[in-house]
Ligand binder design. Structure first.
Ligand SMILES: Cc1cc2nc3c(=O)[nH]c(=O)nc-3n(C[C@H](O)[C@H](O)[C@H](O)COP(=O)(O)OP(=O)(O)OC[C@H]3O[C@@H](n4cnc5c(N)ncnc54)[C@H](O)[C@@H]3O)c2cc1C
Length: 384
């Protein structure tokens, strides 16, 4: 069980999270505001820089440590969605940036003075079909001039930099549809009001997500990451870490629901006995535990392969899928176990229920994972 991994880190995360109880999250949720104090505390403790190598000022502990941190945050009733991208978005710079870009950005991301936690891929008309994105960066001298639109770009208002995927060659002019896209590092501090407009989207959970409008935004050519036209590959390579880390958050959510439900089922007495004595109540809790334990093993396997530098696209996808299904089953079970009290804000269950539902849609929806397994692993024909 992953509980045995990184016990000191887990313990330190739990102690930090104890300072941010349910009442803190309930207040933010009501007002749809950003957990600034929580993010600052995690940054100060060094928990957001564990994937950055020591030579760039991080602790270089790796993905296993990162999964332990995010799992504990979620098990404690907190939410890592406001800052998990500060951990992994820098991977695009680390893996594909040049020496100057790494030296310029990574130490500042490691110490938290620079927030690199916005990631702009999804567009309203392209959806999951990423090769159809239309945001275009045309080269003019020593700048790119960007126009287009993105949607669901989380934390854009709380980030100094954004990794942006855009077309630099029209799809029709490329040999392969995945060619002709490039990654630009956008400095949000200069961009907002100078060609970039951010419009927040209010959603069923407190997630600081936004819509972005680019109207001839100038981005210096030196902010191109890697080679022009190869951006889609760079983005794909960063997605494995994201999926594994979000799977770890789902495991944490599932544990939160199982902890709460089993405690309540032992405590709540109806018809003169604890409700947990009834197998109709007890078995769904046990089933949630079994599903979470199985998913946890898949997540650990994906993280181990990632750390060993082995291909892990399928494992990362499968981990995200089974973990998000385990957390959703546990969420539903937890509401049912609590009866009416599951709907009361002060119990935090309805909030976590709303929060964990996201992970079957973002960062990639379940159908697309099934399609990957059906075609890439099982060799069946592609439907698109
Ligand atoms: C709160 C939130 C935060 C987000 N944050 C970010 C972010 O920071 N950066 C970013 O770039 N994006 C972000 N996203 C976008 C997210 O990655 C997408 O919503 C997700 O990938 C699904 O894309 P879509 O919404 O366009 O759905 P669509 O592509 O329109 O799909 C709709 C549904 O149809 C299904 N579907 C589509 N095509 C097929 C097919 N061929 N076969 C079977 N089923 C299919 C999908 O599985 C899905 O269930 C966020 C989304 C949300 C809701």
């Amino acid at each position: 069980m992953s509980d045995e991994t990184f016990p000191e880190i887990r313990d330190a995360v739990r102690r930090l999270c104890a300072d941010f109880p349910g009442s803190y999250w309930q207040g933010l949720d009501r007002d749809r505001t950003y957990p600034t104090e929580f993010v600052q505390a995690l940054t100060k403790a060094g928990f957001l820089s564990v994937l950055i190598p020591e030579e760039f000022g991080g602790s270089g502990l790796g993905l296993g440590a990162a999964t332990a941190i995010l799992e504990e945050i979620h098990r404690s009733g907190c939410n890592g969605g406001a800052c998990h991208a500060q951990m992994y978005t820098m991977g695009t710079v680390l893996k594909h940036g040049n020496a100057e870009q790494k030296a310029k950005y990574l130490p500042a991301v490691a110490d938290g003075s620079l927030r690199l936690q916005a990631f702009g891929v999804t567009e309203p008309t392209a959806g999951t079909d990423t090769t159809r994105i239309r945001t275009f960066a045309r080269r003019e001298g020593d700048h790119y001039v960007v126009s287009g639109q993105k949607i669901w770009i989380s934390r854009a208002e709380h980030s100094d930099l954004m990794v942006l995927l855009c077309r630099t060659t029209a799809r029709e002019e490329c040999e392969r549809s995945s060619d002709g896209m490039s990654v630009l590092l956008v400095d949000m501090r200069e961009a907002v009001g100078n060609g970039l407009t951010i419009r927040p989207i209010r959603t069923m959970l407190n997630h600081a997500t936004t819509e972005l409008f680019f109207d001839d935004l100038k981005v210096p050519v030196e902010n191109l990451i890697g080679e022009e036209g190869k951006g889609f590959r760079y983005i794909l390579s960063g997605m494995n870490a994201e999926r594994i880390l979000i799977a770890a958050e789902c495991i944490g959510d599932a544990k939160f629901f199982i902890d709460r439900a089993s405690a309540y089922a032992k405590d709540r007495s109806v018809f003169g006995r604890p409700i947990g004595q009834n197998q109709g109540v007890q078995f769904p809790i046990a089933r949630a535990y079994v599903q979470m334990t199985a998913a946890d093993l898949v997540v650990a396997d994906a993280a181990a392969k990632f750390e060993a530098g082995q291909p892990c696209g399928t494992e990362a996808n499968m981990a995200k899928m089974v973990a998000s299904e385990a957390s959703w089953f546990a969420a539903d079970m937890c509401i049912q176990t609590h009866g009416g009290f599951g709907f009361a804000e002060e119990y935090d269950i309805e909030r976590k229920f709303r929060e964990t539902r996201l992970y079957q849609v973002a960062p990639i929806s379940t159908n697309l994972i099934l399609s990957h397994v059906g075609t890439h692993v099982l060799g069946m024909p592609k439907s698109f």
